[in-house]
Design a binder for this molecule. Structure first.
Ligand SMILES: Nc1ncnc2c1ncn2[C@@H]1O[C@H](COP(=O)(O)OP(=O)(O)O)[C@@H](O)[C@H]1O
Ligand SMILES: [Mg+2]
Length: 121
């Protein structure tokens, strides 16, 4: 197979994660004289990475969340009364595995939806 044919075959097999990095992986393997299995494993990882990130992207779109807040870049000064440890506990999503409900209670405008979005994301 020529390089073009290989690329077409990869797309037909829906392996575009491999197709996209093929030339880079090829150069890498040649210049470092990499063992075949190492190159093959890296290519499989490329496909897995791409699928995972596309899945995350699809789920984000499906969620209808309008932004991607995370607790890491959270402004804790916004509401100093927020129970920080409880927010991080919620963020571990342990309550889902436990089959428990999570209630976020507070006055309007105190950041409940903000925390919920971070947990959801
Ligand atoms: N930690 C925060 N950092 C920055 N902005 C925040 C934060 N918490 C809330 N806000 C903003 O303040 C406003 C009110 O927060 P919101 O989460 O909607 O409150 P609630 O759901 O409790 O009524 C929103 O515009 C939100 O983006
Ligand atoms: Mg709200």
């Amino acid at each position: 197979m020529t390089m073009n044919e290989i690329e077409r075959a990869l797309r037909e097999l829906r392996l575009s994660g491999i197709a996209d990095t093929l030339s880079t992986r090829l150069m890498q393997a040649q210049s470092a004289q990499q063992p075949f299995l190492e190159t093959f494993a890296a290519m499989l990882q490329d496909e897995l990475d791409r699928r995972r990130s596309r899945l995350t992207e699809r789920r984000f779109k499906h969620s209808k969340l309008d932004e991607r807040p995370t607790l890491a870049d959270f402004d804790w000064r916004f509401n100093p009364k927020l129970p920080r440890a409880a927010c991080f506990e919620l963020h571990t999503l342990k309550f889902i595995a436990d089959g428990a409900n999570a209630l976020i209670i507070g006055k309007p405008g105190t950041g409940k939806s903000h925390v919920a979005k971070a947990v959801a994301y």
